[in-house]
Design a protein around this ligand. Structure first.
Ligand code: GLY
Length: 361
């Protein structure tokens, strides 16, 4: 399998996302191009035993490197772990402004290490090496970095584009089944937004993804990264009408994820949010009802249960959604809907108990 470079053509910070396998040589070349004074590898306790030693040996060929591992899981995406990273970075041999942070892990590591890189000494360069399918498809590309706050996910963050991203399909062979499956909801989201060929491919080939067929994984990652890269090029900071569409399914998804307190993976919550968004689409954007069934079938075929957990009360869901960054002062929220499959728009929808009822269907 050869490596494919996908260009994200941002005017100030263009970069490449490499998708392939055995990307060691590509990583060395890209790091050498950055001429770092030193490197800091940030990883987590799940990924470290599998990959950290090999990666640290690799990157030490470029510059002095040190490693810090945080406990695995979304609970580490917080200010305490961030503070540990600053302490370690500033302890001798300390990083300087020419250092490069290398994030080796899933979405949590990418977001945490990304925010750390964005803020350390007002910003040092960042290289993303995602090791989960979710991080390859979505979070490692586009420069969103953040930690969570008790009031909601990603409440403290910054845009900080990576210098390069390396998606090595080989590392997905060691990803736990549940995490692999969880990412498929982000691929479904990408298909619903504007990739109907991907939607049909997923309907036919989701089993191949779940079996970790390398060609299927590569096709899925490449298609989603190309799609997301094009959106980020048009609307890097979500100030226009494009990037907000990537939040399809995330209004409810983030609320469910927050309320489930770590019992549900991001992608599992997004699967629930996507089906809910289709119900809202039928009501507010005339999405034909048979389309909802088609999406539900795909979500179930991928192995998700898209039912909003019965334990979650409408008023609690409403409270968490009300803290959403996309809420407006006039009691509405920017809600992404699909008037038809493969096309999405953001509507101002009234944020009230009826909206939660509509989402439950
Ligand atoms: N994951 C949504 C975005 O990057 O904008």
């Amino acid at each position: 399998m050869s490596a494919i470079p996908i260009e994200v053509k941002l005017p100030s910070t263009p970069y490449r996302v490499w998708v392939g396998d055995n990307l060691q040589q590509n990583i060395i070349v890209a790091l050498k191009d950055l001429s770092p004074s030193s490197l800091m590898l940030v990883t987590d306790s799940n990924v470290a035993p599998l990959h950290a030693v090999a990666f640290i040996d690799l990157i030490k060929q470029v510059a002095p490197a040190k490693t810090m591992s945080v406990p695995a899981g979304e609970n580490s995406k917080n200010l305490d772990q961030l503070s540990r990273l600053y302490d370690f970075a500033l302890t001798e041999p300390a990083l300087d402004r020419d250092s490069v942070v290398v994030a080796l892990g899933g979405g949590m590591v990418g977001d945490l290490a990304g925010f750390f890189a964005a803020t350390l000494m007002r910003g040092v360069r960042l290289v993303q090496i995602p090791t989960s399918l979710l991080a390859m498809l979505d979070s490692s590309v586009g420069g969103k970095t953040a930690v969570n706050h008790a009031r909601g996910k990603n409440m403290i963050g910054a845009f900080h584009q990576p210098s390069s991203v390396f998606c090595d399909i080989n590392v997905l062979q060691t990803l736990p089944d549940r995490e692999l499956r969880s990412a498929i909801s982000e691929a479904i989201k990408c298909a619903l937004l504007g990739q109907m060929a991907l939607f049909t491919w997923l309907e036919n080939s989701v089993d191949m993804l779940l079996r970790r067929d390398p060609n299927a994984l590569r096709h899925c990652v490449t298609t989603c990264v190309q799609f997301k890269g094009a959106i980020v090029e048009k609307d890097e900071r979500e100030t226009g009408k494009e990037r907000i569409l990537l939040n399809l399914g995330h209004t409810l998804g983030h609320a469910v994820e927050t309320l489930m307190g770590g019992k549900m993976l991001h992608g599992e919550a997004i699967a629930i949010g996507l089906l809910a968004a289709m119900r809202v689409s039928a009501k507010h954007a005339a999405l034909p009802v048979p389309a909802i069934k088609r999406i539900e079938n795909l979500i179930r075929k991928a192995g998700f249960d898209p039912t909003i957990p019965a334990a979650l009360k409408d008023e609690d869901i409403l409270k968490v959604i009300s803290a959403d960054k996309k809420r407006a002062a006039n009691g509405t929220i920017k809600f992404v809907v699909c008037p038809r499959l493969g096309h999405a728009v953001a509507l101002d929808v009234k944020l009230d108990a009826q909206l939660i009822k509509d989402m439950r269907g």
